[in-house]
Design a protein around this ligand. Structure first.
Ligand SMILES: Cc1ncc(COP(=O)(O)O)c(C=O)c1O
Length: 369
């Protein structure tokens, strides 16, 4: 009988690779007999959530029996004020992951094409494949988006182009003058999704503000998240900014209660916590400086990053480095899944986490390859 149930599924889903989740930290500790394990693998905020957000969650804990506000009224108001946009230009979702899915559901038919970089954030391809679209993946050039080649890949079948800025997993960015020129040359009938999940960490003066293209009236959707600098990954909340007409289309496929109550109150409070954001940004900049100097001393190349993670060339098989770090209680991401078989992707941690990673890398480098 198993064959019959397989035949029931849409053919598109057989193009999807099932997500392989990592083990919970508690399980890693138990298996390895370790008490102190640090996760530098998922680009979370090592300083934790905004204290104002935690307080807001505690205060809302007696409201768990009530459905959340389906329009995210207060959060929407606050975001509109922060960016100086109309409230109907804001999309809210169960993480920006969900908004990516809503965008795909709104705009993609089987056979349509999307253009994206390779490697980049995996959800673009995943959500497009779910809808039966074809993914045209343009390899990075010197670890950066190859904008001319991406432009060339666009044809009459292209509906969405994805730009992850800074890019996950490389941390590289497209600067303002490059992006201005590129956006101006895109055809009017494609939607450009600019994913700025790590935008708050960027320190370069010429890091572009994707919202400026929305303000020009272009078919651009800028995605942002509360999972990274605001430290609210567990609550699942992200948002998008785009023209009201586009937002109204995407809104049609959204579930009425897609953003839970705790996420709404936490995000609303976190937007007021400038101190937490600044501390997180400073911790990242200092950690990045410490790590890159230490890696230079070790002779390990790294890719300049504007995000909260670093792709490091270990000069050896990344899986063995991963296993060795794991056995010492340091969890990182292997680069092989992104086409970088010698690299590990490391989230910048607290000073003590970064120092521990460097210590363990020194030990690993002393071992024969
Ligand atoms: C580039 C990028 N976009 C979006 C997301 C998803 O963020 P969220 O937690 O808001 O779904 C991630 C998460 O790692 C990411 O790296």
């Amino acid at each position: 009988m198993p064959n019959r149930s397989v035949n029931l599924a849409r053919p598109e889903i057989f193009n999807l690779k099932p997500y392989i989740p990592g083990k919970p930290i508690e399980e890693v500790k138990r298996e390895l007999g370790l008490t102190d394990v640090i996760k530098m693998a998922s680009n979370e905020n090592p300083l934790g959530a905004s204290p104002l957000a935690e307080k807001a969650v505690r205060e809302a804990i007696n409201l768990l029996h009530i459905y959340p506000d389906s329009n995210c009224y207060y959060l929407r108001q606050k975001l509109a004020e922060k960016y100086g946009v109309a409230e109907n230009m804001i999309l809210l979702g169960n993480g920006s992951d969900e908004i990516l899915r809503l965008i795909a559901e709104t705009f993609l038919r089987p056979g349509d094409e999307v253009v994206l970089a390779r490697p980049t954030f995996v959800e673009y391809e995943f959500t497009a494949l779910v809808m039966g679209a074809q993914c045209v993946a343009v390899p990075l050039k010197e670890d950066r988006h190859d904008l001319p080649a991406m432009l060339e890949a666009i044809n009459g079948a292209t509906r969405i182009v994805y730009l992850c800025n800074p890019n996950n997993p490389t941390g590289t960015y497209v600067n303002k003058s490059e992006l201005d020129r590129w956006v101006a040359s895109l055809p009017d009938d494609v939607i450009l999704v600019i994913d700025e999940a790590y935008g708050e960490y960027a320190t370069k003066e010429d890091y572009p503000d994707g919202l400026s293209y929305v303000r020009e009236g272009r078919n651009v959707i800028v995605l942002k998240t509360f999972s990274k600098i605001y430290g609210l990954a567990a609550l699942r909340i992200g948002y998008g900014l785009c023209r009201a007409e586009l937002a109204a289309l995407v809104q049609r496929v959204s579930e009425p209660f897609n953003v839970n109550l705790l996420a709404q109150v936490a995000a609303t409070a976190a937007l007021d916590d400038n101190e937490h954001v600044q501390r997180s940004r400073d911790n990242n900049a200092e950690g990045m400086q410490y790590l890159t100097r230490a890696l230079d001393e070790l002779g390990l190349p790294w890719i300049p990053s504007q995000a909260n993670f670093l792709l490091i060339d270990t000069g050896r098989d990344c899986r063995s480095v991963f296993e060795k770090l794991l056995s010492k209680g340091v969890i990182v991401r292997t680069g092989d899944v992104y086409g970088y078989p010698r690299h590990i992707r490391v989230t910048v941690g607290r000073p003590q986490d970064n120092a521990r990673l460097v210590r363990e890398l020194i030990g690993i480098l002393k071992e024969p390859v």
